[in-house]
Design a protein around this ligand. Structure first.
Ligand code: FES
Length: 214
């Protein structure tokens, strides 16, 4: 049934004949005055019902990630807005090797749709992070949403090229990403892994979901 159907007179029923104009105007003023309070009362619960619940607010709230004691090459996963967010501790060698991947990447400088995939300007750099040592990304493949697995060890191995530099492999359709979450060319995934807003509050704590102020 369309919304217009709700407004139509029921089949076979006639609309009530309206009183003359002056009477209609008086009736309208009277009903507005009487209806004012009731109208507010009727509207208030509606407005209330559009406010997010405490649970919904909590689901979208920033989360604190404890990265104390992380070993080089370790990945920790934190849940933010129902998504897995990775923190990877990279070695200096891992970071230094990133530049060599550029020619084989679909979007090496993260220029595509930065508001969605690299929202913080401070992470639009060659290592896609606030601190080169820590890579923070949403661990969801930009093809169809599988979670890529870690393939940090460089070199030949199953399902990867012989010159594999280390990074992530999506098990669903074979998209590959380097250690800055940048997707390699000619893969099903169209974009780099998203970088969430985050900020360091200390050397061992990150708040995911809160932008670093410029
Ligand atoms: S979901 Fe990752 S390659 Fe298809």
């Amino acid at each position: 049934m369309s919304s217009a159907d709700h407004l139509a007179a029921p089949s076979g029923a006639a609309f009530t004949e309206l009183p003359p104009d002056s009477t209609r105007r008086n009736l309208l003023i009277a009903s507005c005055a009487a209806g004012g309070v009731a109208g507010i009362a009727a509207i208030t619960p509606l407005v209330g019902s559009f406010e997010p619940s405490e649970k919904a607010k909590a689901a979208g709230a920033p989360v604190t990630a404890d990265i104390s004691g992380m070993a080089v090459g370790e990945l920790r996963t934190f849940e933010w807005r129902g998504k897995p967010v990775w923190v990877v501790r990279r070695s200096k060698e891992m970071v230094d090797e990133l530049k060599k991947n550029d020619a084989g990447l679909a979007d090496p400088e993260s220029k595509r749709n930065p508001s969605e995939f690299t929202p913080m300007p401070q992470t639009r750099n060659e290592y896609r992070s606030l601190k080169p040592e820590y890579f923070v990304a949403v661990g969801v493949c930009t093809h169809l949403g599988c979670s890529p697995s870690t393939r940090f060890t460089p070199g030949p191995q199953a399902s990867l090229p012989d010159d594999w530099p280390g990074g992530f492999l999506c098990p669903c359709h074979g998209s590959t990403f380097d250690l800055a979450g940048r997707v390699f060319k000619n893969k099903p995934a169209p974009d780099n892994l998203p970088i969430p807003p985050y900020t360091f509050v200390s050397d061992t704590k990150i708040i995911i979901g809160e932008e670093t102020k410029a």
